[in-house]
Design a protein around this ligand. Structure first.
Ligand code: MG
Length: 279
């Protein structure tokens, strides 16, 4: 009798604890209104950035090995630590004005994003980047930058591989380090600590478009983060957007862009950037 009572008690307590999670289950990833809910005002129905955020499950942590990547013989070196000759401002195409010192370039947020003078279609890309050791802020406001695999216009137009502090810095998983922003959740989190150099090795297959601008074939991306696979031939749905659903804008060749993000955290640095064009 006593055992039965305890069994019943344990089950009831379990249900009480689980109830709030069950209550959340019917929410759509978009957080859209429940069918039949009272009509929203115009202000309430406006799209919000939170509608496209996904917060779980959280990718597992993997500790990367110590070393990855100098340029092979056929690479185009986009930054060798000395100057920004291969780069221009995304805004007005004038020479890039980020700081170059000690073999690295550091984002100057007031100057905005920078992009390559050269245009690319399909390629293999190597980029190294470092979140400063004294980084502050949290979530998307902590070391946010990005590598746009194709810059199709001003600002954040294009296809962004997210750069962000991912070392004990929770955020929505489709916007964490190693994500294809708001589209591809990384397979694992291979982050190093702030203050340590990190690597991205990317294989990018650009989208193809028909003469009328419609999509012929989608873009695919494979990404190794600190030598660890985080995107495995991932198919994109269109340009990566802060708000709303992805869409395509036809292009053939485009620059590679590095993001100056508007948050207030300390600026990040890049070094050893090279690319191999794929036929
Ligand atoms: Mg970013």
């Amino acid at each position: 009798m006593r055992t039965k009572f305890f069994r019943f008690f344990a089950l009831a307590a379990g249900l009480a604890v689980a109830a709030p999670f069950w209550a959340q289950a019917p929410l759509t990833p978009q957080g859209g209104p429940t069918p039949g809910a009272a009509p929203q005002s115009q202000a309430e129905s406006r799209p919000r950035p939170t509608e496209t955020e996904i917060w779980g499950p959280i990718p597992a942590v993997v500790t990367p090995a110590a070393d990855c990547g100098a340029p092979p013989s056929d690479a185009i070196v986009l930054f060798d630590g000395k100057d920004l000759d291969e780069w221009v401002s995304n805004k007005d195409k004038t020479p890039a004005k980020w700081t170059v010192a000690d073999g690295a370039m550091t984002v100057v947020k007031a100057e905005g994003s920078i992009e390559t003078k050269r245009m690319f279609q399909d390629f293999q890309l190597h980029v190294e980047w470092k979140i400063p050791a004294d980084i502050s802020g949290s979530g998307q406001g902590r070391g946010n930058s990005g590598v746009f695999l194709a810059s199709t216009g001003p600002g954040d137009d294009g296809y962004e591989l997210q750069v962000l502090d991912g070392y004990n810095n929770p955020t929505y998983v489709n916007g964490m380090v190693g994500s294809i922003y708001k589209q591809g959740i990384p397979l694992v989190n291979a982050s190093r600590k702030p203050g340590e150099w990190q690597t991205y090795d990317v294989v990018w297959t650009a989208p193809r478009f028909n003469d009328d601008g419609s999509l012929k074939s989608p873009p695919w991306v494979t990404v190794f983060y600190n030598g660890v696979l985080v995107q495995n031939h991932f198919q994109l749905q269109g340009q990566t957007l802060f708000i709303g659903k992805p869409f395509y804008k036809a292009y053939t060749r485009a620059p590679i862009k590095l993001q100056a993000h508007g948050d207030k955290s300390e600026p990040i640095s890049f070094r050893n950037i090279w690319v191999r064009e794929l036929e």
